[in-house]
Every structure is written in C-alpha cells, then in structure tokens.
Design a protein around this ligand. Structure first.
Ligand code: ADE
Ligand code: ZN
Length: 329
C-alpha cells in the first residue's frame, strides 16, 4: 500500500499544541513554562481519569494562553500545519474560535488575519473553520464571528465554514438559533458539534439550523428516525474515536457505534479533534479503529472518500483527493 493521503476535517488549533510546539510558542513570546517535560505534557493533554467533556475542556487554558498575540497565532497555525504534513495529512481543516484569542486585547479581526498569515507559510492544503462558542453572555462575540466569517469566506484557501464548539451539556444547541439563522442567510456553510455530550435532539437542532456536517454525532442513534434522516441525506459525521473515549461520549467503548453507522451507510469520517490534548494523530485514530473494531482497509478507504466528499473545498480539490485515495489502496 502506498502512503495514505489522510484527511482531517475536525482538528482544533488549540487542541493541537504539543509539547514541542508549546515550547516554541513560549520562547517566541517570552512566556515561562514548566521546565520539566513530563509536567508540561500533563498540562497539555487530558488525564486518563477524565470523566466528561466539561473536564476535557479544562485542558485548553494553557494552549490558549500561548495564542494571545498575532505572532503566537501565526506561528501556531504554521507549526500545526507542518506537524500534520509530517504525519501524512494531505488535506486539513483547522478550526478555532477567534473570541478565545482576545484575552490580551486582540480583536477577532486581528486573530483571523494572524491565522491567515500562518496559513500561507506552509504548503499543506489547509482551510480554516471559525468556531462560535457555547457560553453565557457571548452572544455579541458569536454574532461578530458570523459577520467576519462572511467577510473572509472563500471556497478554498482560507475561511471556509463556521462551527459551534464548547460545553454541549451545559449550553444546548437550541440556544444558538440566532447566529445560525444569520449564517444560513449569508450562505456560510456550517458544521456543529452535536451528539457528543448531549443527545439526539442536539443533532436534530443542528440539522434544523442547516448544518451540512455534524461534529461527532455519536449519539445520533438514540433517535432511530434521526439516524435514518442522516443516512438518507448523506450527512457526514466527523467522528473522533479517542476524543469520544476520553470525554465519555459513550460510557463504554464497546458501545461505540462506528461499525453500526458504517454498516447502515452513514457517511462516517475519522478525525482527531484535539491531537495534542488527546495524545493522538490521524494515523493513530485509524490504527485504534483497526485494533478495537476490526475496521478493514476497504472501510478505511470508504471513510477517507467520505471525508474528501465532505470537505469544505472546491470540486477540483475533492476530485484530486479522491484520486489520491484510490491510488493509495
Ligand atoms: N473544543 C475542543 N474540543 C472540543 C470538543 N470535543 N467538543 C466541544 N468543543 C471542543
Ligand atoms: Zn471538536
């Protein structure tokens, strides 16, 4: 088998800050970090004892603190792309919430411009997804992200979509009708994290808003009619197995529905979510699926083809990704 052209459609910038990247960002900005690698690593990744998405999300404080300047953001985008390229990724969609990078006074516009500058510094084919955040009292910030997504939106080579991230069990999807109504009106494509820490209704609400992909979607099966809808309408699910294991999206991984979804014809894609926080890579996610669920080479190819088709990019890129996948298997 030739080198596999991996595609990662669901990868958070702030979840991609590995030990080496953290040290480079800290040095660039004169930020002090723990000298001991093991101690730093434990602050940059999820503990095995993690019990929920809420606990998992606590791991983002340190990486976010390293991305509060233009330089820090530009360099992080560059370094994360370089790392993905080394790991065999052929096409990457990198997501971040501009509002999480404004703690030291940057505006959302400056954050996006800094990320776009970083994007140009690596030749890995990468697009950006801007996340809205599930939070309290940030309605203005979320609406601003929509307005900026509209301003910067391109078909390929920059900002291509929006998303909704954060604590799904605390801030339900039905609270975010307003920004997604606007996104739909503007014609901005969007995916939404749903059916990860909350149930099928969250997925239904996301699809009702007009989401064209679902982040995770693990719990879609709790509503069989909804699962049928997802199958019939070819809604891609961005599944992130190790993240789902760590956040306890299912209480027991033997109940993880990936085999069932594949057998039923769901457009499953495999993604990393937060490679540094989850201590994973895209290749490791596929290895995990092979070992744990006996996922075959044909299924692997099928999921990569699903990802190529689901990518927020132009038709020419999708066709060339599919061709590369076909020739790798
Ligand atoms: N932000 C980073 N990872 C996330 C996840 N798995 N769910 C929601 N928000 C996130
Ligand atoms: Zn995510």
């Amino acid at each position: 088998m030739k080198n596999i052209p991996y595609i990662d459609l669901h990868c958070h910038l702030d979840g991609s800050i590995t030990l080496d990247i953290a040290r480079k960002l800290a040095e660039l900005q004169n930020i002090e970090l723990p000298a001991d690698d093991a101690e730093l690593e434990s602050k940059l990744s999820v503990p095995e004892s993690c019990e929920s998405l809420n606990e998992f999300l606590e791991c983002f404080a340190l990486p976010c603190s390293l991305m509060q300047t233009k330089e820090g953001i530009t360099e992080s985008v560059r370094l994360v792309q370089e790392k993905n390229k080394e790991q065999g990724v052929a096409y990457l969609e990198l997501r971040f919430a501009p509002q999480k990078h404004c703690d030291k006074g940057l505006t959302q516009t400056q954050v996006i411009e800094a990320a776009l500058a970083g994007l140009k510094m690596c030749d890995l084919h990468t697009n950006l997804i801007l996340c809205l955040m599930r939070d309290k009292g940030n309605e203005k910030e979320n609406m601003e992200t929509i307005e900026l997504a509209m301003k910067y939106l391109v078909k390929d080579g920059g900002v291509v979509a929006v998303d909704l991230a954060g604590a799904e069990a605390l801030f339900h999807t039905d609270q975010f009708a307003e920004p997604f109504k606007k996104a739909k009106e503007y014609g901005i494509p969007f995916t939404i994290h749903a059916g990860e820490a909350d149930g099928a209704k969250s997925v239904r609400d996301a699809l009702d808003y007009g989401a064209v992909r679902i982040g995770h979607g693990v719990r879609t099966k709790e509503d069989p009619a909804l699962l049928e809808y997802v199958i019939k309408n070819k809604i891609p699910l961005e599944m992130c197995p190790n993240s789902n294991r760590q956040t306890k999206s299912v209480d027991d991984m033997t109940k993880y529905p990936i085999r069932e979804y594949l057998a039923k014809g769901v457009k499953v894609t495999v993604c990393t979510d937060d490679p540094a926080i989850c201590r994973t890579t895209i290749a490791k996610e596929f290895e995990y699926l092979e070992k744990k669920f006996g996922i075959t080479a044909a299924e692997k190819k099928n999921m990569l083809l699903n990802a190529a088709e689901a990518a927020f990019t132009d038709e020419a890129t999708k066709a060339s990704l599919k061709k590369a996948i076909e020739s790798a298997f």
